[in-house]
Design a protein around this ligand. Structure first.
Ligand SMILES: NC(=O)C1=CN([C@@H]2O[C@H](COP(=O)(O)OP(=O)(O)OC[C@H]3O[C@@H](n4cnc5c(N)ncnc54)[C@H](O)[C@@H]3O)[C@@H](O)[C@H]2O)[C@@H](O)CC1
Ligand SMILES: [K+]
Length: 478
């Protein structure tokens, strides 16, 4: 079982292609299924601690993995039962079924009442092949079993999810929520995009030897999408000074608090010099340099990145400031109100690095609703705008115009509070000021730090606390 940071994310079609490549290179579906089932059995055995396991098997190869896992557990002397949704339909699943010598109960109808108390449930009903909503009582029965179980584990994916979008094919609340999902061979979008990611519980990767790791396969060969890994951030050099550490300028507006938060976060994320262009009164922290806005305020070549949007307002003065920011040659983070004023045609004329940080509402206002997954939406928006797009949420996606994209995993739901977006904008600006040539990497590093700061707070917090937790998160990256 491997952690999921910095791993490729493959669609169902990309997964099939990887399987075909492995078969062309000498593997067989049966050998891959054996490896998958044995990996599942090893994980289940370790976690079940001797408790009886009920394996639910579907008609396809996901079910085949389940039969191999059940047979492997039985051979090891672990108490295990099997219940199946029909007979296996593929040759590989039929061969796997033949390994299991015990009885097969039928699922969902016919499963005795006491099955509801199975302490450990393994969902091997459907994986990447599911193309339509679960029929009959399958979803409801699975939910009941999973909620009664002390431990419920999904093989590859929780049955009922759309692999490529993470949507529940049968509509909201139609899929069981598991404690653990064992992603086979590679992560899929449903492991990282909501609501699928929540239904997965913890996600761990089982390697099937498909050669999908970044050492064997360069990023674009198998997939342009990857989960965000902990960034490596350099300590200041002995000869570093405040400007070489990264200078961030935050453009303020009538709602001073939002830009104050962005400026505080920029400092806490490691910037050497943060100035706030504001008409507000001096306040803490005094380290923030406060200047009045002027039309040439962004001409300073020492500025590594500027932030515009938090608390900016949407009036003519806000428009004027945004136009100055767009015309400047400084890297720019555009957030909040500025996203509502943005003209995409004007943005495309800009040469310097630009990062947009919309939440779902701002994203829809700028780019429309779109088709497909959140990853596909972010990729299309990056292509259309020519900017790096950070499509925020519980499953933040960072995409750049050529299609490369990163997805955040494990964001705390406590981040759903006012001001955390301003903190993210400031954090990304610092990363951008320190890494001027790599806006996607800078944005992803900022997203990682933001999520790590929230994890360190481990519960309810306000945006000021989040900014103040950034140094601890940064410490994890040195
Ligand atoms: N891609 C790979 O490299 C490997 C994949 N394996 C497993 O194979 C799985 C994919 O197998 P399959 O493609 O056979 O797909 P699944 O096992 O996910 O299910 C597909 C089967 O269910 C039927 N079906 C689809 N939607 C249905 C619905 N709503 N109600 C009833 N029946 C429905 C399909 O007609 C098909 O028979 C993966 O998730 C993984 O568990 C492993 O065995 C080994 C390697
Ligand atoms: K499954």
């Amino acid at each position: 079982m491997m952690p999921i940071d910095g791993q490729p994310v493959l669609t169902a079609a990309q997964m099939r292609a990887a399987e075909e490549r492995a078969i062309a290179a000498g593997a067989s579906v049966e050998s891959l299924m054996q490896r998958a089932g044995e990996g599942v059995a090893a994980a289940v055995r370790r976690l079940a601690a001797g408790a009886e396991v009920l394996v639910l098997c579907g008609p396809g190869n996901n079910g085949g993995d389940g039969y191999v896992a059940a047979a492997t557990l039985a051979r090891a002397g672990h108490p295990v039962r099997v219940a199946a949704l029909g007979e296996p339909k593929t040759a590989a699943a039929q061969a796997a079924r033949a390994q299991w010598t015990g009885p097969v109960e039928s699922f969902p109808a016919g499963l005795p009442e006491d099955a509801a108390h199975a302490p450990v449930v393994v969902d091997a009903v459907f994986g990447t092949g599911l193309s339509r909503p679960l029929e009959g009582d399958v979803g409801r029965a699975m939910q009941a079993l999973a909620s009664f179980a002390r431990l419920s584990i999904a093989v590859d994916l929780p049955s009922g999810l759309d692999t490529d979008t993470g949507a529940e094919l049968g509509g909201p609340l139609s899929t069981a929520e598991h404690d653990l999902t064992l992603a086979l061979g590679a992560l899929k979008p449903a492991h990282v995009l909501q609501p699928g990611a929540k239904q997965c519980g913890a996600v761990r990767l089982l390697d099937l030897g498909l050669g999908l790791d970044r050492i064997s396969a360069p990023r674009t060969d198998v997939s342009a999408v990857e989960t965000i890994a902990r960034p490596r951030i350099a300590r200041p050099e002995p000869w570093s000074h405040k400007f070489s550490r990264g200078m961030v300028t935050v453009v303020s507006g009538p709602m001073h608090g939002a830009s104050e938060l962005a400026a505080l976060a920029a400092y806490r994320a490691g910037a050497g010099y943060v100035q706030l262009l504001t008409g507000g009164l001096p306040q803490r922290p005094h380290a923030i340099v406060r200047r009045r806005w002027s039309a040439d305020a962004l001409d300073d070549k020492r500025i590594g990145a500027a932030v515009i949007g938090p608390g900016l307002g949407r009036d003519d003065r806000a428009r004027e400031k945004l136009e100055v920011a767009l015309a400047s040659d400084r890297p720019l983070v555009i957030d909040g109100d500025a996203l509502h004023l943005l003209d995409l045609a004007r943005l495309r004329e800009r040469k310097a690095a630009t990062v947009l940080t919309p939440h779902a509402g701002e994203f829809a206002a700028l780019f429309g609703e779109g088709e497909g997954s959140k990853i596909a939406h972010a990729q299309a928006a990056a292509r259309e705008s020519g900017a790096v797009v950070v499509f925020k949420g519980p499953d933040t996606v960072v995409a750049q115009p050529d299609g490369l994209a990163d997805v955040s995993t494990g964001a705390s739901s406590w981040l759903s509070v006012a001001g955390t977006g301003d903190v993210l904008a400031g954090t990304i600006a610092t990363m951008l000021a320190q890494r001027p040539h790599a806006p996607r990497e800078a944005a992803s590093a900022g997203v990682w730090l933001h999520a790590a700061a929230a994890r360190r707070l481990a519960g309810c917090f306000i945006a000021d606390d989040l900014a103040n937790a950034l140094p601890g998160a940064l410490g994890e990256c040195l």
